[in-house]
Design a protein around this ligand. Structure first.
Ligand SMILES: Nc1nc2c(ncn2[C@@H]2O[C@H](COP(=O)(O)OP(=O)(O)O)[C@@H](O)[C@H]2O)c(=O)[nH]1
Ligand SMILES: [Mg+2]
Length: 329
């Protein structure tokens, strides 16, 4: 059968049976948004097995994809069934590091599921597509789920911040740690990786990070019972990968011991609800403003006869009318 002809309900049943094409099709539906995406969310929500979600973030070219490939290989070796969602328009996985090594990929192809998330330039859509995709992969039995995002921009940092464990990747070089700090990554990092440790200055970058972490502990940005480790890696030859795996495991234990896992999941739920409401309000606002009835109001504001404050109040009343609340976004 062609998965394109199947309804979401049948696709979910197949995905639970391990059908990878069904999983892929569900991810496509989730990315598209709309009624079918909402249905997939409804169907997969109760099927969650609570897979750990690991965010991998950092500047383009820092070696995230190469690191993820090594981590995935290590996870598969440890008998896990990991999934990767790569949100990186600059280096799609098909042309990037992960699929570069076809021999290694063939070995992990059976166990792992790797996917580039298409965003079609609509950054806001990511905030819904990612949790939706995580739910599909979780329901299908993949764990852990690794999300690779470029660590620049609000949405990326938000996505990173809502993973259970966030790994921030920096490279040696003048001010890389400072850049990460500016992007807000220091606050969201649970584990810091200085990749390309074969380059000069890795030790300096580690020291910079440690100093900034000291500071954030003093100012209370970080959880006092947990100190994010800084790990040096060479993603090309795999040096430090074992340490990253151990750091992820240590953070997982911390999350369970401290109750932080539940707190993070609540934040994630809150964020997703807010994003869904936001999307609905926006689409309703567009419809209201484009309706023929509002043309006069807009003209009146443009001509200076009605204030924007008054017009906004009127439009808000129309937007918040109950009608449309059940419409998918
Ligand atoms: N020298 C060196 N190069 C690396 C290392 N890790 C990744 N690279 C290279 O850096 C480039 C960018 O890697 P990629 O994984 O695509 O970075 P991403 O954009 O963060 O996903 C590629 O040419 C990699 O081969 C490393 O540890 N050392
Ligand atoms: Mg990449």
């Amino acid at each position: 059968v062609n998965v394109r002809d199947l309804a979401p309900r049948d696709l979910v049943a197949l995905a639970l049976d391990g059908d990878r094409r069904a999983v892929g099709r569900l991810l496509t539906l989730v990315e598209r948004a709309g009624a079918e995406s909402d249905l997939v969310a409804e169907l997969t929500h109760p099927l969650s097995k609570r897979a750990p979600v690991i965010g991998m973030t950092g500047a383009p070219g820092s070696g995230k994809s190469t690191l993820v490939a090594k981590l995935v290989a290590a996870m598969v070796e440890a008998r896990a069934q990991p999934a990767v969602l790569a949100v990186d328009p600059s280096s799609p996985l098909t042309g990037g590091a992960i699929l570069g090594d076809r021999v290694r990929m063939a070995a992990i192809d059976d166990a792992a599921f790797i996917r580039s998330v298409a965003t079609r330039g609509h950054r806001g859509g990511l905030a819904l597509a990612i949790p939706g995709a995580v739910r599909v992969l979780d329901a299908a039995g993949y764990a852990p789920i690794v999300i690779e995002t470029v660590g620049v921009g609000q949405v990326e940092v938000e996505i990173a911040a809502t993973a259970d464990t966030t790994v921030v990747v920096v490279t040696p070089g003048m001010g890389d740690a400072v850049q990460a700090n500016k992007a807000g990554l220091l606050e969201v990092g649970d584990i810091f990786v200085v990749n390309k440790a074969d380059h000069r200055g890795a030790g300096d970058t580690r020291r910079d990070l440690e100093l900034m972490l000291d500071l954030s502990h003093v100012t209370g940005h970080q959880d006092a019972s947990y100190r994010p480790p800084v790990v040096l890696t060479n993603a090309l030859d795999g040096a430090g990968i074992t340490e990253v795996m151990a750091a992820i495991e240590a953070h997982r234990r911390h999350l369970d011991r401290s109750g932080q896992r539940a707190i993070r999941r609540s934040l994630r739920a809150r964020h997703e609800i807010a994003t869904r409401v936001d999307a609905r309000l926006r689409s309703r606002l567009g419809a209201v403003l484009d309706a023929p009835g509002q043309r006069q109001l807009i003209e009146d504001v443009a001509a200076g006869n009605v204030s924007t404050v008054q017009a906004a109040a009127q439009v808000t009343r129309l937007v918040l009318g109950a009608e449309g609340a059940d419409r998918p976004c």
